[in-house]
Design a protein around this ligand. Sequence first.
Ligand code: NAD
Length: 806
Amino acid sequence: MSHLSIRKVAVLGAGVMGSQIAAHLINAKVPVILFDLPAQQGPKNSIAQKAIEHLRKLNPAPLGVSHDASYIEPANYEDDLAKLNECDLVIEAIAERIDWKHDLYKKVAPAIRHDAIFVSNTSGLSINTLAEGLDAELKFRFCGVHFFNPPRYMHLVELIPAQQTRAGILDGLESFLTSTLGKGVIRAKDTPNFIANRVGVFSVLATIKEAEKFELGFDLVDDLTGRRLGRAKSATFRTADVVGLDTVSHVIKTMRDNLLDDPFFPIYNEPPVLSALVAQGALGQKSGAGFYKKEGKLIKVLDAKQGAYIASGARADALVERILKRPPAERFKLLHESTHPQARFLWAIFRNVFHYSAVHLEHIADNARDLDFAVRWGFGWNEGPFESWQAAGWRQLAEWVQADIDAGAALSKAPLPAWALDGLVAEQGGVHNAAGSWSPKARTFVPRSALAVYTKQVFRAPLNGEVAADPRTAGKTLHENEAVRIWVDARAGQDDVAIVSFKSKMNTIGPAVLDGIVQAIELAEQNHRGLVVWQPSALQAGPFSAGANLEGLVPSLMAGGAKKVEPFVAQFQQTMQRVKYAAVPVVPAIAGIALGGGCELVMHGAKRVAYFESYIGLVEAGVGLLPAGGGLKEGALRAAETARCLGQRNLLEFLVKPFENIARAKVSSSALEAIEFGYLLPSDTIVFNLHELLATALSEARALANAGWRAPLPVHAIAVAGRAGIATIKAQLVNLRDGGFISVHDFLISSKIAEVLCGGEVEMGSLVDEAWLLKLERAAFVELLDMKKTQERIIGMLQTGKPVRN
Ligand code: NAD
């Protein structure tokens, strides 16, 4: 049963996790009821209701658009238990107390439908012990589903079967979590804290221990263990402050209480520095102090010896900085040999995690891939422990780790398991290879899951050491140059739709990329049924395109002024028209940013497929320009069409929103918000899993072709707002300028945007064609480009990546 029909979900517990899980279900268009205890005073649903209201303000936003909070239905256990009967899935996310959870299970179990699935989001309690609170029949339909905080953004979900969970239920849930919610699902065993927190929290404890030993400050340790190691910028101690030191303490306690036989048991003692902070109520970010403390604008760091906060900002030594930039084998050799305390510290923390992961792999996970992915997706590391070990030379590192264990330098005397030193793993140079990943129990390399949901993934999440197709060279190349690759997915039945991928930095669009798009359309029109624009960088969440290549414009601008740039603008416009009127459907597949020219390309497609985390906007005003690749033209056209369909004559009403979005260079915070901005359409497809983006775009293009797709007829009669519209918008702009809310240059740019969007100095309601609007765009663009203040904005952006306000 890998297909599970989940029409409605109940979430029990409207705390940090429950409310945000409910929000993400709503993002994915899954109706949800959010339960909490009945309030003692006031309306009984007020606890759940308050949590729903709070979702609108949370940062980072759990909802794609905040007003969708209203779709979450509040409920309480006193009045609403009967509503559980409507739900196919019930997710328990109440406080981490087994007695409270068991009490609740008794209360809700009779109301759960006989075929519904019941899961717990516990982060560390035993799933089998939780299952003991259920009757025999519900036990078959119960398991752990462990989301990470914040659930919209953290990719990992651990799926933990209890002894009696039916296998089909796990397959069904894995498919739902992967495809509908976009998660990376890892099956974990029912061991304390499961996989990611087990290894991740050990890593934090071991880091604290080694930092003490080598006498390194917390800020220095964060500098050494964050970005430089390919991990989250908040590294070790800042992450602990964000999570909450009481929570960290709780997770450590779970390990201490439940892992008495663990050879690393002594390390599960709470570090005294952590106990002291918690005792003082310094719980991290939420209480204003933890390992760090903000004083005014200064961020201070705790000096453990003095017990006082001192200036922070320590950085790695230049020597260590250089070592960390070397290729893996050399890097680890240098770290291992060096006598520099920072290098010895780094070797020690790597050795500890390698040692721990190898000793525990068999007990906590099915195979090495699951452990690596769990740590990567749960803690934001670029590579898992086994991947780092293997990349540096498996056998050599195994010998060094074992030598440290023998010398009593490691955190436990437990030897490395035999498989790490001899046999297949050592012979093959590591735990990952073309056959799969090492499973200590099966004593072989096991392949990836063959569950049907993964057939939607042309490229699966890559793993160092495993041989996987490179998305930059995969499939069959039809044409390639320095700007683009035009290719097909060569698998049977998939090569009927062509794909174009850009090769420029941030996938920016210059003349050669525009030529490439035209060439791709020509090829697709001859031999294929559609064309998809997809970037290999989509697999790392984007960018789709950072826009027109501004850097490429500078030489022409310097040599001959703005007029010299006009041919490029004209080429951009013609290419977008070619996209819109191609004889085959052109489908942009978007992930991450699609800005400026990138957004215009999106707007001209026949249909769009967008990853939920798509950040789309016409941002040209930020560099002193306006959209001149058909973005304003499309804005005017969509407004006119909407007004016509509604039988409205006052066009201006429909232009206000697009005007504001463009003049303020607004970027959507999700694909759903991009629909509200008018850059995506309600009929476009949103995908939640990055790895499904390409396959979905290919099938959408194919479906359009199958349904007899024809390009629209050239639009020749667009009603515009004309000079009356321009005058109304400008009157408001004058107020903003005179009130000091916008600069004189902002006023000028916004006025030009208004002029083009309103179709120029004509009577309201005049009919114009696309060429007219494109000509206005081009002329206004060139005019702005000639201005000193615009040029300052462009140069500033190119030099610093930040907008210049002038
Ligand atoms: P929380 O404290 O924010 O929320 C707990 C909710 O449980 C509250 O809404 C409270 O009203 C309700 N509750 C308390 N006692 C109850 C009772 N006796 N009966 C019914 N409801 C009760 O907690 P949270 O952080 O959302 O954690 C919820 C679950 O998710 C826990 O099992 C936790 O281990 C797990 N979890 C937490 C995180 C995290 O980072 N916070 C991450 C993954 C999993």
